[in-house]
Write a protein that binds this ligand. Structure first.
Ligand SMILES: NC(=O)c1ccc[n+]([C@@H]2O[C@H](COP(=O)([O-])OP(=O)(O)OC[C@H]3O[C@@H](n4cnc5c(N)ncnc54)[C@H](OP(=O)(O)O)[C@@H]3O)[C@@H](O)[C@H]2O)c1
Length: 233
């Protein structure tokens, strides 16, 4: 089936905004999600065709978000501070709710921005960082597992430390957990997230990703990938 309507969960976030920037040049119909009604105008100006206000920790909101959607790009995350102390992690139960909704709605492709340090990619993140965000990494591990068992066609991307700034265009993609370590710009991650649904090679796979210039140490298990970009309108 052709991809026509895309939900960007976490559209107001730093990766999400990079995704919107890339999608605005395509003929895809883009639905952006935020919890905050004050973001609606800004997301529309960034290229969203429609904006849905909702909280992924509420199953009903996740259900509404995926209605009529064929692809989900999930770039949600928990900000350190209040969000992390109150009411669960969007990285865990929120993503699980979204995957359940997507599965129920017959969504074709689900792309999830996870992280180095999760599951078998533990070694990719230095120990101090793993200790600092341990609960979030465990929540993401739960969502990764749930997604793999959901029956959805998924791609999980586990970026290294995220930076802002322009895309480098040169990413190093590893697979199998113990592969790459380092940093990558959100713009590079967004490019892979937007390409993943159009890249049959990426189906039902989990990749560790850093940029070539952000690579730390010697990479292992590098996989050559040819990412297919959506066509420009
Ligand atoms: N920081 C790093 O170095 C690093 C490294 C690897 C991976 N990551 C992961 O990469 C992802 C993206 O990070 P980022 O810094 O680009 O994101 P970010 O700027 O922190 O944005 C997070 C987004 O999540 C949304 N969100 C939070 N709780 C939500 C909820 N309950 N329901 C719906 N949406 C919710 C927020 O939307 P609203 O507030 O508008 O609702 C926001 O758009 C995160 O999962 C992060 O853990 C980060």
């Amino acid at each position: 089936m052709a991809i026509e309507t895309v939900l960007v969960a976490g559209a107001s976030g730093k990766t999400g905004r990079e995704i919107l920037h890339l999608l605005r040049n395509t003929d895809l119909h883009v639905r952006a999600m935020t919890r905050d009604p004050a973001n609606v105008g800004r997301l529309t100006r960034l290229g969203a065709d429609e904006v849905i206000v909702g909280d992924l920790l509420e199953q009903a909101d996740a259900d509404r978000a995926v209605s009529g959607v064929d692809t989900v790009l999930c770039a949600v995350g928990t900000k350190p501070g209040l969000d992390a102390l109150t009411g669960g992690f969007v990285d865990g139960q929120g993503v699980i709710n979204l995957a359940d909704a997507a599965s129920e709605a017959g969504v074709e492709r689900f792309v999830f921005e996870s992280s180095l340090g999760v599951g078998d990619a533990k070694a990719g993140l230095p120990l101090p960082a793993r200790v600092l965000i341990g609960p979030i990494l465990r929540a993401k591990d739960d969502s990764e597992t749930h997604l793999r068992e959901s029956g959805l066609t998924y791609t999980i991307l586990r970026p290294g430390g995220l930076t802002t700034g322009p895309p480098s265009g040169e990413v190093v993609v590893g697979e199998g957990g113990d592969s790459v370590s380092g940093r990558i710009s959100r713009a590079d991650v967004a490019r892979l997230m937007v390409a993943a649904p159009f890249t049959p090679e990426a189906e039902n796979r989990t990749f560790e990703v850093v940029s070539h210039e952000g690579l730390r140490g010697s990479p292992k298990n590098v996989v050559p990938m040819t990412w297919v970009e959506p066509s420009v309108a």
